[in-house]
Design a protein around this ligand. Structure first.
Ligand SMILES: *Cc1c(COP(=O)(O)O)cnc(C)c1O
Length: 350
């Protein structure tokens, strides 16, 4: 049985959150002398002399509409990496509790656990990077406070089978965090559509990938209002800057550009998928629902990696990741970049 209150760290349940000036007074007064801001203005070209909305209401209203959720089901963070860290801290007492990860997967889950002195339980995905029935059983039996399920998975690119994820959601007692950083490139519906069914579900998404705003640092978590309230309680009050909020709002109103880039990246993925198998050095190509491809090279992936670097092309070497021996992760670029990549690989000295 999932019971949120028993999962929250006792000190966090008990603590009073910081009450900021902008929490206590909202809106435009004629004279704003409550927050020790600089009423004269700002150095630099733009005005940022006022603290931003700590609850990011305008962005959440636009996002709620787009995603079909309530504003109270949205947490915004300084990248989804902040949400990952806060979720670990929300549920795990340092030196005592642990989280569960499913390698090969995104590296930040482990970093967040290590940073917070939280234990790490690893249950490797199957050879085809899926959850087997045995694996689901092991997850459900685990005492971990939280499991990170990355789908589409980084670095492998594949979606995890929905039935298996659902079985975890039905059986696991901790929080089930489905990281959907790459959901916009996948053909499956987002798990945000199932939030009402599963009180333990947290869905992570980001502006860093399909929206093309990695430099802005804005991540989203979608969950029950109860979980979101706890995340808001422990976040730094002004964790999303005014510049980020304004820019995200403008991006959300630029849906055509988002859709055009998304389609172009999907075309690029398809083109690479067509081109790469004809290369002798490509041993295997893994199916991808993301904006990258995991590719197994022969005879020596690291030599290919170094060769590409010498040509000014940097990809991600994943050869040391569990189950990923001999692989490089190739991000889909512009059509010209994709062509340069394939041309360079074609010229790889045999
Ligand atoms: C890129 C990525 C993120 C995004 O992190 P941000 O902090 O939002 O940039 C999250 N999860 C996974 C699996 C990723 O690959």
């Amino acid at each position: 049985m999932f019971e949120l209150e028993t999962l929250i760290r006792p000190n966090i349940r008990a603590m009073q959150p910081y009450s900021s000036a902008r929490d206590e007074f909202q809106g435009e007064a004629r004279v704003m002398l409550d927050a020790n801001e600089n009423s004269l203005g700002s150095a630099g070209p733009d005005r940022f002399n006022r603290y931003p909305d700590p609850q990011q209401r305008a962005v959440k209203a636009a996002l709620a509409k787009l995603k079909g959720v309530e504003p109270g089901q949205i947490f915004l963070g300084n990248g989804s990496d902040e949400a990952i860290d806060l979720l670990v801290r929300l549920t795990c007492t340092p030196g005592q509790d642990r989280i569960l990860i499913l390698p090969p997967t995104y590296g930040m889950y482990e970093v967040a656990a290590n940073l917070n002195d939280v234990g790490l339980e690893r249950l490797p995905l199957t050879a085809d990077f899926q959850l087997s029935p045995e694996l689901v059983q092991q997850i459900v039996a685990s005492e971990a406070k939280l499991v990170f399920i990355c789908s589409p998975n980084n670095p492998t690119g594949n979606l995890l089978h929905a039935e298996a994820v659902e079985a975890v959601l039905r059986g696991f007692r901790g929080l089930v965090v489905v990281d959907e950083a790459y959901a916009d490139f996948a053909a499956a519906p987002s798990w945000t559509t199932r939030l009402a069914e599963f009180p333990s579900l947290v869905v992570l998404q980001t502006f860093s990938k399909a929206w093309g705003l990695a430099g802005l640092r804005l991540g989203m978590a979608f969950a029950s209002p109860e979980i979101i309230t706890y995340l808001n309680k422990i976040k730094p009050p002004y964790n999303v800057s005014e510049a980020t909020q304004q820019h995200a709002l403008a991006a959300l109103h630029d849906a055509p550009r988002f859709e055009q880039m998304r389609q172009e990246l999907l075309l690029g993925r398809r083109w690479l998928l067509e081109q790469l198998p004809s290369l002798d050095i490509v041993e295997a190509l893994f199916p991808s629902d993301a904006n990258f491809l995991l590719v197994r090279f022969r005879p020596d992936a690291t030599a290919v990696y170094t060769y590409l670097l010498s040509k000014g092309i940097v990809v991600r070497n994943r050869t040391t990741q569990p189950g990923c021996a001999g692989t490089l992760r190739l991000t889909v670029g512009t059509p010209a970049e994709n062509e340069q990549l394939v041309a360079a690989l074609r010229e790889y000295p045999a």
